[in-house]
Write a protein that binds this ligand. Structure first.
Ligand SMILES: [Zn+2]
Length: 137
């Protein structure tokens, strides 16, 4: 099954700390997380492309006490928001390196550079994002 193959290849990539998307053979748009068909033009054929993972963090939402994820919290302080990779794809992700205290300072500086953060969870590698080092003033 095509979809299962895509999921398998994506997770194999993560295990090697590589981020894969699918590039449309028709319009060149990149799908991330990868999908078999192009979301932009509807074309049915896409191909694997390794993404740099370099991106910009556009919006910052902090977890509230009610939706805080204890496993995430064990890795550090984090928030959520919209990420745009340099390849042009946009999606929402969890971003580490944001504390409540920092968020106030960081918000006016958005968009901020981020990079992928690969983490082992239950024997599988998952990907989050992390703010690049920001000079603390
Ligand atoms: Zn397309």
């Amino acid at each position: 099954m095509k979809i299962e193959k895509i999921v398998e290849k994506f997770y194999q990539g993560l295990a090697e700390h590589k981020l894969y998307g699918r590039k449309c053979k028709e319009c060149g748009a990149i799908e991330y997380p990868p999908r078999y068909a192009c979301n932009t033009c509807g074309y049915h054929e896409t191909e694997w492309v390794e993404l740099s993972g370099k991106g910009k963090f556009h919006s910052m939402i902090l977890p509230s006490t009610l939706n805080a994820d204890p496993w995430n919290a064990s890795l550090g302080t984090y928030g959520y928001g919209l990420i745009e990779l340099e390849e042009g794809v946009m999606f929402n992700a969890t971003v580490f390196g944001i504390s409540k205290k920092k968020a106030k300072k960081l918000r006016p500086l958005l968009p901020l550079p981020v990079h992928p953060l690969f983490v082992e969870k239950d024997g599988v590698t998952v990907v989050f994002f992390e703010l690049d080092e920001v000079e603390e003033g």
